[in-house]
Design a binder for this molecule. Structure first.
Ligand code: KG4
Ligand code: ZN
Length: 357
């Protein structure tokens, strides 16, 4: 049997330093050999958000140690790697530069191919780490910097159907958390607080819910939370606001996903319909449950990555690398960092569509 390709994946686009090794399995899918993620939450907590220069410094301090750990855990020798896949964008330029230069140096010294990966393509493919998915599929990408509906036609072939015109969903979670006095990163905490509150207590706005196709908008919601949060008197109010916010997000995503289903059907006709939800916010259990219900109603198959692979990781980068490796899609060592790299390069650039803030 010929040797199955092994890919080293490196991710450093924001505040996670991550390295993973994956090998192609007998079925042509990925087997995760190791997947190390070092979060910088403790560094950025006191500032209430990611500080780019501190993030870059932490990547520099950690990246070689994390790589050694990933190699040790996988029991793979560096010389046995077939290619190095590294996130080249979108993200914070100073952070991306650390990972891409480290990845290029390893590839050059081993004389192995270098593969530049779009971070969003990593998220888009992440459910393939545990499920078999055929193209085309409909993708809802919801993370800290992005909120988009995309028709995924093949590797590297994306058609954007809708995007946020202002804030990303994860950003709305994080900003709400901040206003409620919850420590950064607040998204996962809001989900927990919401469990204790009354979701009908506050009637919050759902911007552009009945217009704009499957485009999204969360800025008006954030402004409403800001106003209400000033009058919060006790813990009960806080739980109720978190619950009302969580419910509002669910209702927006329910409605807009329904619109995106129609758009997807218009483009792809009457084929098997798969709805993939990926990105950090896809870890939200109530959002998963609500979108699963919608899929049952609308005859789409729902697919989510495992909860631990929703947030930033390098297994998804290595997987994108593996798919490109199998198609001989290699990149030159002069490949630049692309802080605003969009998945659908024909789509108009909008803030939420391709850049992390
Ligand atoms: O994909 P990700 O790790 O990083 C980016 O590429 O942006 O997503 C991070 C975002 C953050 O805004 C975080 O608050 C949000 O995902 N998030 C959640 C949950 N877990 C992470 N939001 C809501 N509920 C969660 N359980
Ligand atoms: Zn991400």
């Amino acid at each position: 049997m010929s040797k199955k390709p092994i890919i080293l994946g490196i991710e450093s686009s924001c505040d996670e330093t991550a390295v993973a090794l994956i090998r192609e399995n007998k079925e042509g899918g990925p087997e995760i050999l190791s997947n190390i993620v070092s979060s910088q939450v403790d560094i950025h907590k006191e500032f209430g958000g990611v500080v780019p220069e501190l993030a870059a410094r932490a990547h520099i301090e950690k990246i070689d140690l994390i790589t050694k750990k990933a190699l040790d855990e996988s029991r793979i020798n560096l010389n046995d790697i077939d290619a190095v896949a590294t996130t080249a964008g979108p993200g914070l330029i100073v952070c991306l530069s650390v990972g891409i230069n480290f990845g290029k140096a390893i590839a050059a010294s081993l004389k192995k191919p270098f593969i530049a990966v779009n971070h969003l393509e990593g998220h888009a493919l992440s459910p393939k780490l545990n499920s078999k998915i055929d193209y085309p599929y409909l993708l809802l990408l919801i993370s800290g910097g992005h909120s988009q509906y995309l028709s995924v036609e093949g590797l590297g072939k994306y058609k954007r159907l809708g995007t946020t015109i202002d804030d990303a969903v994860g950003e709305a979670f994080d900003k709400t958390a901040k206003l409620l006095g919850v420590e950064f990163p607040g998204g996962p905490q809001i989900e927990i607080l919401a469990e204790k509150g009354d979701p009908t207590k506050f009637d919050l706005p759902k911007p552009i819910i009945n217009k704009g196709g499957c485009n999204l908008s969360f800025a008006g919601l954030k402004t409403a939370i800001l106003r209400i949060s000033k009058n919060i008197k006790n813990e009960k109010d806080k739980y109720d606001l978190a619950a009302s916010f969580q419910k509002t997000i669910e209702e927006i995503l329910y409605k807009k996903s329904k619109v995106s289903f129609e758009e997807f059907k218009k483009i792809n006709g009457n084929i098997k319909k798969t709805f993939v939800v990926a990105g950090g916010v896809a870890a939200n259990k109530k959002i998963r449950k609500m979108l699963t219900k919608l899929c049952i109603e609308e005859n789409f198959e729902p697919i989510f990555p495992p909860i631990n692979l929703c947030g930033d990781n390098a297994a998804m980068i290595a997987l994108a690398g593996l798919e490109k490796f199998k198609k001989n899609q290699f990149d030159d060592l002069s490949f630049p960092v692309k802080p605003r790299w969009q998945l659908d390069e024909n789509a108009v650039f909008l803030k939420g569509a391709g850049v992390k803030i």
